[in-house]
Ligand binder design. Structure first.
Ligand SMILES: Cc1ncc(COP(=O)(O)O)c(C=O)c1O
Length: 443
């Protein structure tokens, strides 16, 4: 394997970054970011700040009356799309037994697997960007003012207006679902370019809502590239760019304010002596990146953010380790990007996220597909929570980083695994995931 990889031989890469050997051998690894610096040093130098997150939160609030009207499932939260945070002591006990390590401190699950409307973490960014674009269009047209009640956007005259506009997106599945569901609810014409990993049921659900789904035999990066190219040819089309969109990023980031409120309500302190460790499944990097950015702005260095990738799709990890970001794909290192964690099946990371967060991410760990199924069973048996395989990746975070936590605060740590999708997985498919996990656990 001593061929030339982006200007160096494999051996040279390994000499420079020894972890690359384990990554290419598909062994689960934990990488701690050697370039990490304090929030005080990093945040003031970034082109975005807490003001941008506040702006995103204000936009979500402006749209709440509309969301409540369009999606009755958000009535209880008055149109705010948010998930619960729950303690998972039984799952924790099962994992302690499996990994043979007791975890001091609390373990919570952030249940984006049940996020209303689109059923995954991608709803935070995807729905937000559709709303932002819709807002820009109607404000420009003069049909709506900033102070108006946005619930009127559900009226036929607005649907007719939006139907003259087109949205396009490339997706492994869940982003496409959020754009398709939100876009079609407003009346937009929507095209979703789906990678080969996208599950049939996601395509079916979108088609049932009048969304055009174009399938590719290739991977996610190709679907994004094609979507971008086709959208550019149509002046009425707006492309939602999973690899480069700062709007998606800000949509995700607003989760930090919500989480702060939930932690306070649960009586959980987050400060230097009581750090919060967060584990976020990562595909192209937008969702975990936006949330990490939000959390670092809200909690500063008291929060530690770890991304999680499948051993077969460690794109953000390779981007960070090599420093090449979107200049490297897992295929360059002979890794196949084939994983059951369809939401995380991304071969080339977002350069935007890699660069913005290069000094803020605390680390990345990789996980084997089979372990995802075992964890899916543990959280179902433990707390009766249903997740899709991608969404289970954050659960073992406390065990993966446990010996890196300073003794001084080990007992005071709050761990939070971000469960990222699952609500709409068809029952029979979920059953097959569960059965597979049971077999793997020899149960
Ligand atoms: C269930 C699930 N979790 C996590 C992610 C990761 O998000 P991102 O690709 O923005 O890193 C995705 C992406 O589609 C997903 O579907």
């Amino acid at each position: 394997m001593n061929r030339n990889i982006l200007g160096k031989s494999y051996d040279e890469w390994v000499l420079e970054c020894p972890i690359i050997r384990d990554i290419t051998e598909l062994n689960p690894v934990l990488w701690l970011n050697p370039g990490k610096a304090s929030c005080e040093e990093v945040l003031p130098g970034l082109p975005y700040s807490i003001k941008d997150i506040e702006e995103a939160e204000a936009r979500w609030n402006r749209f709440a009356p509309l969301l409540e009207r369009l999606f009755p499932e958000t009535a209880e939260s008055r149109g705010i799309i948010e998930s619960n945070m729950m303690s998972i002591p039984n799952t924790k006990a099962m994992m302690e037994q499996r990994y043979g390590v007791p975890i001091k401190g609390k373990l919570f699950l952030k249940c984006d697997n049940y996020l209303p409307v689109a059923g995954s973490i991608k709803a935070r960014g995807g729905i937000y960007e559709v709303l932002k674009h819709a807002e820009e269009l109607v404000l420009k047209s003069g049909m709506l003012g900033l102070e108006d009640n946005y619930a009127v956007l559900a009226e036929e005259r607005f649907r007719e207006f939006f139907s003259r506009h087109h949205l396009a997106v490339g997706s492994t599945g869940n982003l496409g679902m959020s754009i398709g569901i939100m876009g079609s609810a407003l009346g937009f014409r929507v095209t979703v370019h789906m990678s080969s990993d996208a599950k049939e049921w996601k395509k079916g659900l979108l088609r049932s809502r009048g969304v055009e789904v174009i399938e590719y035999a290739t991977d996610y990066s190709k679907a994004v590239e094609e979507g971008r190219k086709q959208s550019l040819q149509n002046p009425m089309s707006y492309f939602i760019d999973d690899e480069n969109s700062i709007d998606l990023f800000m949509g995700y980031s607003a989760a930090a304010f919500r989480l702060k409120g939930q932690l306070e309500a649960a009586g959980v302190a987050v400060d230097r002596q009581n750090p919060l460790y967060v584990y976020l499944p990562c595909g192209v990097g937008g969702a975990p990146g936006g949330i990490c950015f939000g959390l670092k702005n809200v909690f500063g260095d008291s929060v530690r953010c770890f991304f999680v990738e499948p051993t077969h799709s460690p794109c953000m990890l390779l981007g960070m380790v090599t420093g090449l970001h979107e200049g490297v794909s897992v295929g360059d290192f002979g890794i196949d990007n084939v994983t059951e964690a369809d939401g995380l099946a991304v071969g080339r990371p977002s350069g935007l996220v890699g660069r913005l967060l290069g000094k803020l991410i605390d680390g990345i760990y990789t996980i084997d597909d089979n372990e995802l199924y075992r964890l899916l069973v543990m959280v179902k048996d433990g707390e009766d929570v249903k997740v899709e395989p991608s969404a289970a990746a954050g659960l073992p975070g406390p065990f993966r980083v446990s010996d890196k936590i300073p003794d001084s605060c080990r007992s005071n740590v709050t761990h939070l695994a971000w469960a990222t999708g699952g609500l709409f997985v068809p029952g029979d498919m979920y059953e097959s995931f569960y059965e597979k996990g049971k077999k793997l656990l020899n149960l």
